[in-house]
Design a protein around this ligand. Structure first.
Ligand code: HEC
Ligand code: HEC
Length: 355
């Protein structure tokens, strides 16, 4: 419909319009009453300029103004308040007044009558006068329509309840790395290691070849991202994004990180200390999460590790990771033989976790 039917119908209407203009001539300006003018060349020139200006404005706005999409629709989210775009708010508001039995009035009769009136205008208003001061009825109708549209739109905006999402967003959208799951934080490490930023921006900066990920990723599911990391042209035909050479678990981390990245938190994410991100990688690769929780993610065979700094000293934590049976002989926790760098990063990470 959109690609084939509507453009051809529009083209047909334009052709009819132009042939009528050619047949009847161009309506004269109000001051020179009477004679009509020829369509060519004066009017053709004016039309061309007007269309060019409209096209240029559209083109520039499309290229420069970013209109981010909202999050993926979540049917389980009852706090979301759906509203049409501003230019349809008046219809939406009419519907609010026409409840129950009157629904057809609001959905079909009133809008239909409006469009029919527009179509009938040339037949109702057949007077030759063009000066707008003498066309009180026509201008009265236009004025009232404009007033009605504005009033309904304003009423709709004023009565829209404030979004209840604000507190939720604070929970959903981590403010900085401390609130990330170890998985997502490890993803941040891979993001840096794979130098995704040669083609993508995290923090605002000069435009790069790939899309801005803080706004783009909200449109994609983790599954889509995984397939895209392995074979970008398979997901986006013609994509120049190279294959990401990481293991599956690491790709999952990367996707988890991009999922929580938003325009609001990306500057904070950008400034995450390197050893915190590396600590999360060590945590993930040794699968500490099968027994421990960090920020509510993971199992509870062992104690949750948030707030560890309040309980233990760095030396003790290192010893616990290397030789847990020194602290409790019966423990189910295995010992880990980590390199000095891994141990330092893991301990620093665990001791920085918030309560
Ligand atoms: C050589 C440049 C280049 C590199 C390096 C690169 N990308 Fe891309 N990326 C692109 C381009 C171009 C696109 C747009 C085409 C597409 O979607 O495949 C893109 C698209 C994406 C998208 C889809 C965005 C969307 O929703 O449309 C994601 C997600 C993404 N990249 C993540 C990454 C990650 C993570 C890395 C690092 C492992 C990375 N990219 C490295 C060029 C690159
Ligand atoms: C098989 C389950 C298991 C795994 C895997 C495991 N732990 Fe543990 N961990 C425990 C248990 C149970 C305890 C409770 C004390 C004890 O039994 O030693 C514990 C205690 C700890 C403590 C002390 C917590 C406190 O509050 O005093 C730290 C720190 C710790 N583990 C870190 C890690 C790290 C880091 C990893 C991954 C490298 C890991 N654990 C992997 C089971 C596990």
């Amino acid at each position: 419909m959109h690609v084939l039917l509507l453009p051809s119908i529009t083209g047909l209407l334009i052709a009819i319009h132009i042939s009528l203009v050619r047949k009847h001539g161009v309506a004269p300006a109000p001051q020179d009453q009477g004679a009509t003018k020829k369509f060519y060349p004066g009017q053709v020139f004016k039309d061309t300029v007007a269309v060019f200006v409209a096209f240029a404005v559209l083109f520039v706005t499309a290229a420069l103004v970013e209109v981010p999409l909202e999050r993926l629709a979540d049917p389980t989210d009852t706090a979301y308040i759906p509203r049409p775009d501003w230019y349809f708010l008046f219809l939406f508001q009419i519907l609010k007044y026409c409840e129950g039995a009157f629904e057809t009035l609001g959905t079909v009769v009133l809008p239909g009558a409006g469009v029919a009136t527009l179509l009938l205008v040339p037949f109702i208003d057949r007077k030759a006068v063009r000066r707008w001061t003498q066309r009180t009825v026509a201008f009265g109708v236009v004025g009232m329509a404009a007033f009605g549209w504005t009033a309904l739109t304003v009423a709709a905006i004023v009565t829209t309840p404030p979004s209840k999402r604000a507190p939720e967003i604070a929970v959903d959208e981590p403010a900085d790395w401390r609130q990330l799951s170890p998985e997502a934080l490890a993803g941040l490490f891979y993001y840096r290691k794979e130098q995704c930023s040669t083609c993508h921006n995290l923090a605002p900066g000069p435009k790069k070849i790939g899309p801005d990920l803080a706004t783009a990723s909200i449109r994609r599911t983790p599954a889509w991202m995984l397939a895209h990391f392995k074979n970008a042209p398979g997901q986006v035909p013609g994509s120049v994004m190279p294959q990401v050479h990481l293991e599956d678990a690491q790709l999952v981390s990367l996707a988890a990180f991009l999922q929580v990245l938003t325009a609001k938190n990306l500057a904070e994410m950008e400034s995450t200390p390197e050893d915190m991100a590396f600590g999360a990688v060590v945590y993930q690769e040794n699968r500490c999460g099968v027994c421990h929780q960090v920020n509510g993610v993971g199992m509870t065979v062992g104690p949750p590790l948030n707030g560890l700094a309040q309980r233990q000293k760095p030396g003790w934590v290192e010893e616990q990771i290397r030789t847990p049976n020194k602290h409790s002989t019966e423990t189910v926790m295995p010992g880990y033989d980590l390199s000095a760098a891994e141990m330092r990063a893991l301990t620093a990470y665990l001791l920085s976790l918030p309560d």
